[in-house]
Write a protein that binds this ligand. Structure first.
Ligand code: NI
Length: 440
């Protein structure tokens, strides 16, 4: 079996409750981690493995290896709308700008927009993303070709007469793509939100989720307007509306945003399978508020981090989410000890994997896990001195410090060079397509 030897790295495994820093080699066999700094397969030391035929060796001196970041909430192809319409309220942004432009989207547009997002994610250290959008077979194609890992959901809305058609597409996506691309693609069902899925539509989605055994990815309680609208339509908060349909008790759920939750809402969600995607940059940029992350974590709910689409968040750099998440909770609590650097990094890795139901495969550097990892180059002015790598990663590092990105044992970026994407072509395609979508 071919393999990969990462030699002489500082290693942050993210496996323990406290930071665990090792140094040494990481041996990857096929798609899995075989050993980390001598832990794991003892009989085959890295040096010996690296000497063999078909082995790739990466010198990681001066670099830190950590699990690849998990971006828990994305609309990847919305890179097409990056910087197009900022500084608007969410509903106005959707209704006057985004939905009209999206009505002109083709599958090829979505493919190229997703390729751009994947290029940006690989460059900034994200190795897995959860996506909800349209033309998902084109998204799946981009995921398959580029080597990244993704959990995909066809966005389901029931405000027009195409609800059933979208549901059929969701079923077809699951049949064709769940477990595909060497297991890198998993499929969820994506009812867009309480405000776009009335009870009849929501019940159909949940019946299909039960039939397929698929998790449910949904936007939840993102804005005050949503909360008000839900109360006037159903006399309940968005979380209680969904709980009434059996969502949290009966399904594995990935709930995005979860900003406006009461104590009562949080109690309804305690014990849920799956978790929350906290999207602090998007929430701040749209003025949505600050999610009660500490209260969720206190109830044992897995809280991962996500960027949301580039149409709203503008950037897909998960290191910005790590910083912002920590800062917001410190400010919310008026306490700098709230949400530590290590806790914020755990949200970006292991907790995110748990929110996606993938924690058995990814999220830590341990023998037997899939080899999804990044090398961060610490030999930089803003990352010196290296007294506490955890603090540097959480508060000083940025996506551009990621030197090498590996998914499922395959090197997707080596020393800042993308190996599976023709970046020049992707940039050109998106520039032209974005102009057509927006200006006609
Ligand atoms: Ni979103």
């Amino acid at each position: 079996m071919s393999g990969l030897l990462i030699r002489d790295a500082a290693i942050l495994t993210m496996a323990g409750e406290k930071p665990e820093l090792l140094s040494g080699d990481i041996v990857v066999r096929g798609s899995a981690i075989a050993s980390v700094a001598g832990r794991g397969e003892a009989a085959q030391p890295g040096a010996e493995a690296g000497a063999g035929e078909g082995w790739q060796v990466i010198d990681a001196g001066g670099m830190l290896a950590m699990p690849g970041l998990v971006n828990c909430h994305q609309h990847a192809a919305m890179t097409l709308f990056r910087g197009y319409s900022d500084d608007l309220r969410l509903m106005e942004w959707l209704e006057t700008k985004i939905w009209p432009a999206e009505a002109r989207l083709t599958g090829e547009d979505v493919y190229w927009g997703t390729m751009l997002a994947i290029a940006e994610m690989i460059r900034s250290g994200a190795t897995t993303f959860a996506d909800m959008y349209t033309f998902m077979e084109d998204v799946a194609r981009a995921v398959s070709e580029t080597g990244i890992r993704a959990s995909l959901a066809r966005g389901l809305l029931f405000l027009d007469r195409h609800g059933e058609e979208r549901l059929r597409e969701a079923r077809a996506l699951h049949e064709e793509w769940h477990g595909a691309a060497d297991g890198r693609v998993t499929v969820m069902l994506g009812p867009h939100s309480p405000y776009t899925c009335p009870p009849e539509g929501m019940r159909k989605v949940l019946a299909l989720a039960a039939e397929l055994g698929a998790p449910v990815h949904i936007h939840l309680a993102e804005t005050v307007e949503e909360e008000r609208q839900c109360r006037s339509a159903y006399g309940k908060s968005p979380a209680r509306y969904l709980a009434g349909l059996g969502l949290f008790a009966e399904h594995q759920v990935l709930a995005a945003h979860a900003v406006h939750l009461s104590e009562d809402d949080l109690d309804l969600m305690a014990g849920m399978r799956g978790g929350i995607s906290h999207n602090p940059v998007s929430n701040q940029k749209l003025g949505c508020g600050v999610a009660p992350v500490q209260a969720m974590r206190a109830r044992g709910i897995a809280v991962g981090l996500g960027t949301d689409g580039a149409g709203s968040a503008t950037t897909l750099d998960m290191f910005e989410e790590v910083k912002t998440a920590a800062w917001l909770q410190k400010n919310r609590a008026g306490d700098p000890t709230a949400l530590t650097a290590y806790e914020a990094l755990r949200m970006a890795t292991r907790e995110g994997a748990r929110a996606l139901g993938l924690d058995g495969r990814i999220g830590t550097l341990e023998p037997g896990k899939a080899a999804d990892l990044i090398l961060v180059d610490l030999r930089k002015a803003h990352l010196t001195p290296r007294l506490d790598p955890v603090a540097l990663l959480a508060y000083a590092a940025g996506g551009a410090d990621v030197d090498t990105t590996i998914v499922n044992g395959r090197v997707l970026m080596l020393h800042r060079r993308l190996l599976t994407i023709d970046e020049g072509e992707v940039l050109g395609q998106v520039e032209a397509r974005a102009r057509r979508l927006i200006y006609g």
